[in-house]
Design a protein around this ligand. Structure first.
Ligand code: FES
Length: 105
């Protein structure tokens, strides 16, 4: 069953920052895009390296390993060498707490 899980404090993730978290068996990355939080699976769809090693500019994350780009809000792939989208997660913020909707939690 899907459940919102408290994962992080918003005050610990500054605008433009990406932080990786392990939740149960899933590795996710929380991205702060100018105060809006988006959550992606922390795994590039090209060769599975962590996207949290990359650079976030606006809604676009650039993989540090071979330069593929993705939209962190939609998961859409924006440039090669990746061709598949990345998984995104629903997020909600309450006070200073960031909750992520995890399937089968
Ligand atoms: S692993 Fe991300 S571009 Fe290759």
């Amino acid at each position: 069953m899907a459940e919102f899980v408290k994962v992080a404090k918003r005050s610990n993730i500054q605008p433009g920052e990406i932080k990786s978290f392990v939740v149960d068996t899933e590795v996710i990355a929380i991205c702060n895009v100018d105060g809006e939080f988006y959550v992606i699976k922390d795994e590039c769809s090209h060769m599975d390296y962590p996207l949290s090693d990359g650079i976030l500019e606006g809604e676009t994350i650039t993989c540090a390993h071979h330069g593929a780009e993705f939209n962190v809000r939609t998961g859409e792939v924006l440039s090669l060498p990746a061709v598949d989208p990345i998984e995104t997660f629903e997020v909600k913020v309450e006070g200073d707490d960031i909750y992520v909707l995890m399937e089968d939690y």
